[in-house]
Ligand binder design. Structure first.
Ligand code: PLP
Length: 610
């Protein structure tokens, strides 16, 4: 090390080897499931371990590296653990880590083509590959006659706010053109300034919060279209049209809508094919599909060929396919599960997506690519570039002027950008499309194994109920109101009646088990004896479901989340992780069952002592 510090090539070689070894052993340790998925430290744990000021003098790598094991790893939540079933996964794989290494080495904030032509050109090529691999319409390719294309954004939230700004500008300019307001002119500028505060972005009440946040950043209103349990929590055409009409009556102008392909809470899918006819009546509304998590499933033809809700999120596993194949390069599952389409006539993704302006998915969630790699595809790149392109004198160059090159700075909010295409390139090449499909199919099957434990095991039937049809490896379930001990709620009769009624209508499918019929019979006989309700059994089922998640997370061996909507709280178990396995979800189910029994028993005990 020189007196000025830093690292020379020999020191880097030695340090990098040591880092690679440590990363491998960390990964193996995490994959084994032996590490507690949640750290056991308390908030503020790190400050006492580090000096209060930055070092005055250079330190060697031998002094620095041990602090990773000592201070950093104990404060990590292990997203790659098979016991991480909380949020949608963030899969990091070796090829994507290699991509990150090169990306750092080649650091070039390639805001325009000249600032590293390879960064731009590789991005365009891999995004075209992925548009095809994901079975998206050809319109989203960079060579489409309509001028579409893809760009890598840092996150789905960034993708959403970016297209929202493009949508806002497109809406205002189209409307100003329709009014024959000369461009540029002070009149046009004033009309746009007066109209902008009336704009409203729409989404379902289930859409990810990034749409609400995007609307704040874009400086517009945000209104939601209501959904219902009995309608798969998906936007329905009537509700959409009513919301648009109400906005117009109130003097607001809808300019943008997020439709979801896999909502965060339950993986609900808005039926684009049914909503498109409504939206075609309002052609200035920009349609964006947020497929942040579930969208990567479209790499499998069985998902892409049925882009219709309620069937494509839940493609059933053919019996006998492996469920524990961690090493996809060894054993590739290329079988396409049979479709369970009600009529076999469902529109393909590419047909449905012909109606939309933009679509995004995160490879850094389910598709084996280290954070961050959010793919945004757009039908007409001019919509983006005319909203976001500003070329001050210092950015002018003959290549940009020629119009022959892409300057991705005009497709995003920041100027500089990372070389993210490399890691995507490596992932796609080392897995191949078949390997990517195998990963999606395997993890969906792990999810279906978990679902069966909830619906078919003796414990599952006794304690739990699904709140929606599981989809894309996500199972949402809660404690059955009928499983709440009688000692806890003198009011259960009336509420159970409502609960069973609700169950009967979810998806139009009777989720209930035979025991729920028993509940009904029980209900009839005890109803007459019961006094007026004083406490809701639904509230108890909700509260205990949430408590089970809290107790499990406090123990740290398993990481789950709960969510709630329209009066129901529920537990979410996600199985998209690259290390997810049948064994891990079976163990998780045992923990959930035991914890549920403990929580209910403790509550009974406390109630009896009160
Ligand atoms: N959209 C959906 C449906 C999500 O589930 C999420 C995050 O889980 C997001 C958007 C936001 O993703 P990001 O963290 O990439 O902004």
């Amino acid at each position: 090390m020189s007196q000025l510090g830093g690292m020379n090539a020999d020191e880097f070689r030695k340090a990098a080897h040591a880092v690679v070894e440590e990363i491998i052993s960390y990964n193996q340790n995490v994959a084994s499931g032996n590490l507690s998925v949640l750290p056991s430290i308390k908030p503020g744990y790190l400050r006492p371990q580090l000096p209060s000021t930055a070092p005055q003098h250079p330190q060697t790598w031998d002094q620095i590296q041990p602090d990773i094991a000592k201070s950093i790893i104990p404060g990590l939540t292990h997203w790659q653990s098979p016991n991480f079933m909380a949020f949608f996964p963030a899969c990091a794989t070796y090829p994507s880590i290699l991509g990150e290494m090169y990306s750092s080495a080649f650091t070039a904030p390639a805001f325009n083509w000249l600032c590293s032509p390879a960064c731009t050109e590789l991005e365009t090529i891999v995004l075209d590959w992925l548009a095809d691999a994901l079975h998206l319409p050809k319109d989203f390719r960079s060579d489409s006659p309509g001028g579409g294309g893809g760009v890598i954004q840092g996150s789905a939230s960034e993708a959403i706010v970016t297209v929202m700004v493009a949508a806002r500008e497109r809406y205002l300019n189209r409307r100003a053109d329709a009014k024959d307001l000369k461009d540029p002119s002070p009149e046009r500028e004033k009309w746009i300034a007066d109209t902008r505060p009336k704009l409203v972005a729409l989404s379902s009440d289930q859409a990810h919060s990034s749409t609400a946040k995007g609307a704040i950043i874009a400086g517009t209103f945000h209104k939601t279209v209501g959904t219902k349990w009995g309608e798969d929590l998906a936007v329905q055409p009537g509700a959409l049209e009513a919301t648009i009409k109400k906005c117009l009556e109130d003097g607001l102008e809808p300019y943008y809508i997020t439709l979801s392909y896999g909502t965060t809470s339950t993986c609900a899918q808005d039926p684009v094919h049914l909503l498109a006819p409504v939206l075609q009546k309002y052609p200035d509304i920009w349609i964006h599909i947020d497929a942040a998590y579930a969208g990567t499933a479209l790499v499998c033809p069985e998902y892409a060929n049925t882009s219709t809700p309620a069937t494509n999120g839940n493609i059933r596993k053919p019996e006998g396919l492996p469920m524990n194949d961690h090493d996809l390069s060894q054993k590739i599952d290329t079988a396409e599960p049979p479709l369970e389409s009600p009529n076999g006539l469902l529109p393909a993704a590419s047909d449905v997506l012909k109606h939309v302006d933009s679509w995004n998915t995160n490879m850094h969630k389910w598709l084996l690519t280290a954070f961050d790699a959010s793919l945004l595809f757009i039908r007409n790149r001019k919509d983006l570039t005319s909203a976001l392109s500003i070329t001050p004198a210092y950015l002018q160059n003959k290549h940009t002027d020629s119009g022959l090159v892409t300057d991705y700075r005009d497709w995003q909010i920041p100027l500089g950008r990372r070389f993210r295409a490399l890691k995507i390139w490596f992932v796609v090449r080392t897995y191949g499309i078949e390997g990517l499909r195998a990963h999606i199919r395997r993890t969906v099957r792990v999810g279906q194994h978990f679902e069966k434990l909830v619906t078919d095991s003796a414990d599952g039937k006794q304690l739990f109920e699904l709140v929606v049809e599981p989809a894309f490896g996500l199972t949402c379930f809660r404690i059955r109101p009928g499983a709440i001990p009688k000692e806890l709620s003198p009011a259960q009769v009336q509420d159970e009646e409502e609960s069973v009624e609700t169950k009967k209508t979810i998806n139009g499918t009777p989720f209930g088990t035979i025991e729920q019929q028993d509940d009904l019979d029980d209900l009839e006989s005890t109803k007459k004896k019961q006094a007026q309700p004083t406490q809701s059994i639904e509230d108890l089922a909700n509260a205990f479901s949430k408590q089970v998640v809290e107790v499990i997370n406090d123990q740290g061996q398993l990481f789950l989340t709960s969510s709630s909507t329209h009066g129901k709280a529920f537990i979410r178990v996600v199985c998209g992780n690259a290390n997810a396995s049948q064994e891990a979800v079976t163990r998780a189910f045992e923990v959930i069952v035991n914890t549920t029994r403990d929580v209910l028993a403790k509550a009974v005990d406390e109630a009896s002592r009160a």
